[in-house]
Ligand binder design. Structure first.
Ligand code: CS2
Length: 506
């Protein structure tokens, strides 16, 4: 029981600039003078991942070099970002990154690299102006896989999206990243300014290329005369980004209060592992992130493939199987022997053959370390986070592997089983009868297709915007249908255990 005396004696320190030196000495604080930081990066999408990754690297860099011209201006694009925006404003851009070591030790570090913040819906013009400032050299993005607005069936930009239509009609008050970038780049051009770099930090194959392709599609419609200028003044480097960063829960806030007497309204927790591999293609210079561990390479494709098809796909495997079984976190699913065996075999036999030449990367070591990372019991990465917006993730993480394996007549049974599990997942209830919410822009279509698939198993694959031509691939359809039938008649653990034996034999 909590002692009344303890409650009275505990004084929490609120996180803000003035209090930095009153924090417990176990918490590291920025060693540079934040009042001297100037911004050259505008980041759109200020969620947890940006705060555990790019903002962290940038904080490390400023601490190491004392060069302070690479501060970040964070932009919340959506009304949904208001809560975080208000908290950041209150805390003067400061937040605690709590690195959870593999043995459970917490390493809290206050990050100071974000020194300005905007909530776009409050003042769209201010955001456009900020991006158009001569000092802004990089606009980085974490807008999620779905944020690039691609129709998977056609591979093209989706102009039917209502927000895109709004941005075409009301260029001065955009709602999407495409509208903002177009207006800001137009101002840069009109003012005779230099270009800038648009740097995607999302989990998408060729994320820079995709950012360029989608922005150009929008520009061609909205401001066709701007296209050539962008082509010659703006670069879009591809990058692989990595750090498992779960959703912040009340317990994380409480833990900081209890263990460190720190009141932070929205800390970020993450694993110790971090990686950023970037193509060195920056229009007007960049921070020397290599000084703090980022890798600059000519060709990032092998790194992206490896990460998306092993880590992210691995998450989807554990997420879908785990959700159906009733597990709540990834570590629970990753510690389940049946699921673990299944995952490793999926990685070795289905994903690895599609990865091509990976230079001197030790793939075995990478896969083993992934499984260890997934098993980190302190991270508590919720399966609900992994499964949300699967309609945008599965095509990138899993269907790409299926397509490549089909081309080379490789194995696809485990991937197809996970896709069938995704169909079952959309029933909305786990095997214990507990229901969960399907958080997905396509939730209605997914739920409906899952319902129909009880009578007609192929119904799920007919969602063209997800499966495209795969719904007509005989081999894939057959394997999927067999898997779905199995899933509808047996418990998931039974199916997985059976497949682990059956598939090992051939
Ligand atoms: C996850 C990623 O969203 C997902 O499904 O796989 O967020 C993953 O945790 C990160 O890419 C890790 O770098």
């Amino acid at each position: 029981m909590t002692n009344q005396k303890d409650i009275v004696m505990k004084t929490l320190v609120a996180l803000n600039q003035a209090n930095l030196h009153s924090l417990s000495p176990e918490i590291s604080i920025p060693t540079y003078d934040r009042s001297k930081v100037s911004t050259s990066i505008v980041h759109i999408g200020i969620g947890n991942f940006h705060r555990s990754h790019e903002a962290y690297y940038t904080n490390e860099l400023m601490e190491k070099t004392g060069i302070l011209n690479c501060g970040i201006c964070g932009v919340g694009l959506l009304e949904h970002d208001r809560k975080l925006y208000n908290i950041l404003k209150n805390q003067e851009g400061l937040y605690t990154l709590v690195i959870k070591e593999l043995d459970g030790t917490l390493t809290p570090k206050v990050i100071g690299s974000m020194v300005e913040y905007f909530l776009a819906p409050d003042d769209p013009h201010a955001v456009i102006e900020k991006i158009a400032q001569p000092e802004t050299k990089i606009v980085s993005l974490t807008i999620t896989e779905g944020g690039y607005n691609i129709n998977e069936a056609t591979g093209n930009f989706d102009f039917s999206n209502k927000l895109i239509q709004h941005d075409l009609l009301h260029p001065e008050s955009p709602k999407t990243v495409f509208g903002y970038l177009t207006q800001a780049l137009k101002l840069r051009k009109t003012r005779g300014l230099k270009g800038c770099t648009i740097q995607s930090c999302d989990n998408i194959q060729g994320n820079g290329d995709v950012a360029k392709k989608t922005l150009m599609a929008f520009v061609e419609k909205a401001e066709p005369e701007l296209a050539d200028w962008i082509d010659s003044h703006v670069t879009f480097p591809n990058a692989m980004v990595d750090r498992i960063t779960p959703v912040t829960v009340a317990e994380d806030i409480n833990q900081l209060e209890e263990q460190f007497d720190l009141a932070d309204q929205w800390p970020v927790v993450c694993e110790p592992f971090i990686q950023w591999v970037i193509e060195d293609d920056f229009a007007t210079g960049r921070p020397a992130w290599e000084q703090v561990g980022a890798q600059f390479v000519k060709n990032v494709v092998p790194f992206e493939n490896m990460k998306l098809r092993l880590l992210n796909a691995g998450h989807s495997v554990l997420g879908m199987l785990g959700a159906i079984h009733g597990y709540k976190t990834i570590d629970q699913a990753a510690r389940d022997e049946d699921f673990k065996t299944f995952l490793r075999a999926f990685m070795d036999e289905e994903a690895t053959p599609t990865l091509g030449h990976l230079g001197d990367i030790d793939l075995n070591k990478y896969k083993t370390s992934l499984i260890e990372r997934f098993q980190n019991i302190y991270i508590k990465d919720h399966i609900s986070r992994i499964c949300l917006q699967s309609s945008a993730k599965i095509p990138i993480f899993l269907l790409s592997t299926v397509r490549d394996q089909l081309k080379q007549q490789g194995k696809i049974k485990r991937a197809a089983f996970v896709i069938a599990a995704w169909c079952k997942y959309n029933d909305g209830t786990d095997e214990n009868g507990e229901s969960y919410e399907i958080v997905d822009v396509m939730s209605q279509e997914l739920t409906r297709a899952a319902e129909l698939s009880h009578q007609d198993p192929v119904a799920f694959l007919r969602i063209k915007t997800i499966f495209g031509e795969l719904s007509e691939d005989k081999t894939f359809v057959e394997v999927f249908v067999t898997a779905l039938k199995m899933l509808r008649t047996k418990k998931i653990k039974e199916c997985v255990a059976e497949l682990n034996i059956k598939l090992r034999e051939n």
